[in-house]
Write a protein that binds this ligand. Structure first.
Ligand code: UD1
Length: 417
């Protein structure tokens, strides 16, 4: 099992190029089913989750080729409509293929999805939306079979602005008859990226980025090539790293508009940030002020940055409060930070973080993707050696993480034993 070995305390200096977004790539890769032709994608991060998505597409009958930095998907020969159970369990986002398969072929079979253990993560909103589009759903022995004679556009009111449900309903609607309107849609930038991709493919869709999305069904879609947006969570992770470890880091190929709440909170903590069109420079002297943060759907503070901010607040001067409103079980990693000397009390959806002067290296386990990244950040600021086990979670979502960290002066190695 691979692990990271970190020797903390090195000041960081240099430029990091931000990779393409994981959470934008996954629905866009799924959307390649819809044109029954060729999709060329640039800037897809080479991470476990995108590789899994390609594996599922191959299982369905697609050809997926990597040529230099581009990925070419040919979906003209899809001959299966069931997502293999083992792959579905490995990655929650595979559920997004249901929308594409339904949109194109009016049938999809899948089981309940897996993914990071950060809460119950039901898919009731996805299924309720499908039913409203006239899709028939049969559940048996943990399997879900969706079929439709035809998909007819409708107004769908989401009880909660779920990112995955919004994406699935868009994908199921682009080839439908008539107009679909999603009310209380999620507003995340990745949904805007999906919309831009689909428009290039020939879809008629507008409103992404607001809470109302309108999709007018078209009969056919065309071949497309598309450049995936930068990963805003990776960008936030590197900014927080500079905040806690100290130093000067420049992020390149980033979209600062996508992370305004993260930038605002780092400035409130006392870091100096310079924001340009697609670059952000951060400098920090490690003297951080405490913060109060509440995670919210976009444009609020992202839940995916919650653990990473808790990590940096462990050394702030004073007491910080984090309130997690999106996922009910997203504090498992705090037990690992406590092994490193952090003072954190979790009470339901709140965490109280009492700043301490220093963290100390320890043997810890990644409990999920972003919780794992929080441990890397903590380890790089800690005194002594930190060993992080179970890093498969981290490799799911960060491209070349250790390589990028070494390029700015961090002492981290990935051991595969
Ligand atoms: C996506 C992101 C994830 C991010 C999350 C919230 C991807 C691949 N993942 O996950 O990184 O943390 O958005 O910004 O893009 N819910 C239901 N029923 C449903 C669907 C969701 O109750 O049918 C609940 C979830 O349990 C959770 C909340 O809604 O409490 C938000 O989930 P959702 O927005 O759907 O997140 P994901 O799409 O899974």
């Amino acid at each position: 099992m691979p692990k990271y070995i970190i020797k903390g305390g090195k000041r960081l200096e240099g430029t990091v190029r931000i990779s393409g977004s994981k959470n934008a790539s996954l629905p866009i890769i799924a959307a390649s089913v819809l044109n029954g032709g060729k999709t060329t994608l640039y800037n897809v991060p080479n991470i476990h989750d995108t590789q899994m998505m390609f594996e599922i597409l191959r299982e369905l009958g697609c050809k997926v080729e990597k040529k230099n930095k581009k990925i070419i998907i040919d979906s003209s020969k899809i001959n299966k409509f069931g997502i293999p159970e083992d792959l579905m369990h490995q990655m929650r986002s595979s559920v997004i293929l249901a929308g594409s398969l339904l949109g194109k072929y009016k049938k999809a079979m899948f089981s309940y999805p897996g993914g990071c253990d950060i809460g119950a993560r039901p898919i009731d909103l996805h299924l309720k939306g499908f039913e409203q589009l006239g899709i028939n759903i049969e559940k048996q022995y943990g399997q879900i079979k969706c079929t439709a004679e035809k998909i007819v556009g409708k107004q769908i009111n989401l009880d909660f602005p779920s990112v995955g449900a919004t994406e699935n309903l868009i994908l199921a609607s682009v080839l439908a008859e008539g107009t679909t309107v999603i009310i209380n849609a999620a507003r995340e930038p990745e949904i805007v990226d999906l919309q831009n991709f689909l428009i290039k493919m020939g879809a008629k869709i507008k409103g992404a980025g607001s809470n109302q999305i309108e999709i007018v069904g078209v009969q056919q879609l065309k071949d497309v090539s598309y450049n995936i947006m930068p990963d805003r969570i990776e960008a936030g992770t590197f900014l927080c790293l500079a905040a806690i470890v100290g130093g000067n880091i420049t992020l390149d190929e980033v979209n600062p508009n996508d992370i305004t709440p993260v930038i605002a909170k780092l400035e409130e903590a006392g870091c100096k940030l310079e924001v340009r069109k697609n670059k952000i420079h951060i400098s920090s002297n490690k003297k951080l002020k405490p913060l109060e943060i509440k995670t919210m759907p976009y444009p609020g503070f992202p839940t995916d940055m919650q653990s990473i901010f808790v990590a940096i607040l462990t050394i702030a001067k004073g007491t910080s409060i984090m309130i997690e409103t999106i996922f009910e079980n997203r504090y498992k990693y705090t037990q690992e930070l406590i092994k490193m000397g952090a003072k954190i009390t979790v009470e339901g959806r709140s965490a109280i973080i009492k700043g301490t002067r220093k963290l100390y290296g320890a043997s810890v386990n990644a409990t999920d993707l972003r919780g794992g990244a929080a441990l890397v950040i903590a380890g790089l600021s800690a005194k002594g050696k930190t060993v992080i086990e179970n890093i498969d979670y981290i490799l799911r979502g960060y491209e070349d993480f250790d390589k990028k960290l070494r390029s700015i002066g961090a002492d981290i190695s990935l051991i595969d034993s």
